[in-house]
Design a protein around this ligand. Structure first.
Ligand code: GLV
Length: 316
């Protein structure tokens, strides 16, 4: 029997495989976020950690668990919060939750595409605030989504799920990745994709190469009628540069589910026109969040049983 610390409350049923395997579960009944010292303490006293993307599992935390912590199971597909290199150095396995949140996240990306292009937030805010004085032919004129060109930056499982939805909306779909996908619509140069797309949606993991991938120069490549959507990780966009582009009207609108310094949102973005801002809810459906917890737990169970789970993350 191993000791498994679960850093936050998870959806019901999420920990079943660990429970059935007979492991001791140390749960965070108060559901308060662990600070660095509490994470290190958990690592020091556990064989496995089941954690969230809001937990910073850095080298110091992992070193606290050196010698007995066997696995960190992150209940997220992204794992930029975990120092995978340090984990590998210390012989600690890392698991994530690929495959189970693609469709739910793609739904949310599409929601942001539609809401941003059609100025849904500004229109709704006016209505709720009593500023709507009746139908007007010049009010809230957005950009059409049907028939538009969608440029996907990153073309993994989630990017492809967004592409499938876009086809149903009669959009032309292109994608940019650093390596040739060999698939129709691949654009080798990011700048060209940005210049030719009406709507740009980001689907890359956060790495040191993708940090601030979209900054002042890249925003300047986009059409003035262009819409930028981000459901990946906040730091992929330079928020200061995006706020400036929205304020100056050099792009049309933005839809963001993720932010550079969550839970803080850049005050200029909060005040920027034509921005739809959501609090990192890409995978937030009951079924998907439950499945994510189950997949992470199953990965931890497998590592503890000496198996190699399919959701093992490697550092290379
Ligand atoms: C959510 O952002 C995830 O990475 O699963």
């Amino acid at each position: 029997m191993a000791r498994v610390t679960v850093t936050r409350r998870l959806p019901d049923g999420g920990l079943d495989s660990l429970r059935v395997a007979g492991h001791e579960l140390v749960e965070n009944a108060r559901d308060h976020p662990f600070d660095a010292a509490q994470l290190a303490d958990a690592a020091r006293t556990s064989d496995a950690l089941v954690c969230l993307l809001t937990d910073r599992i850095d080298r110091a935390v992992l070193e606290a668990g050196a010698g007995h912590l066997r696995v960190v199971a992150n209940v997220a597909v992204g794992y930029d919060n975990v120092d995978v290199r340090a984990a590998t150095d210390l012989g600690i396995a890392v698991c994530n939750t690929p495959g189970v949140l693609d469709e739910t996240t793609a739904d949310l990306a599409f929601l942001l595409i539609l809401a941003a292009a059609r100025l849904a937030h500004d229109a709704e805010a006016d209505l709720r605030a009593g500023r709507w004085a009746g139908w007007g032919i010049l009010q809230y004129l957005g950009q059409d989504v049907h028939g538009a060109t969608l440029g996907l930056v990153g073309y993994g499982r989630i990017g492809k799920a967004v592409a499938r939805r876009a086809t149903g909306f009669g959009m032309n779909v292109a994608h940019h990745t650093r390596h040739d996908t060999g698939l129709p619509g691949w654009v080798p140069e990011l700048d060209r994709l940005l210049a030719e797309s009406d709507i740009v949606s980001l689907h890359v993991p956060l790495t040191h190469e993708s940090r601030h991938l979209i900054g002042t120069a890249e925003l300047a490549r986009m059409k003035q009628s262009g819409v930028l959507v981000n459901t990946s990780r906040g730091p992929v966009i330079d928020e200061e540069a995006l706020a400036a582009a929205l304020e100056a009207g050099t792009i049309f609108a933005a839809g963001l589910d993720v932010f550079e310094h969550e839970p803080e949102v850049h005050p200029r973005l909060l005040a920027a026109p034509r921005a739809v801002l959501l609090p990192h809810v890409g995978s937030a459906s009951i079924a998907t969040r439950t499945r994510m917890a189950q997949v992470a737990s199953e990965g931890a169970r497998a590592v503890l049983a000496g198996e190699t789970p399919p959701n093992l993350v490697t550092s290379g």
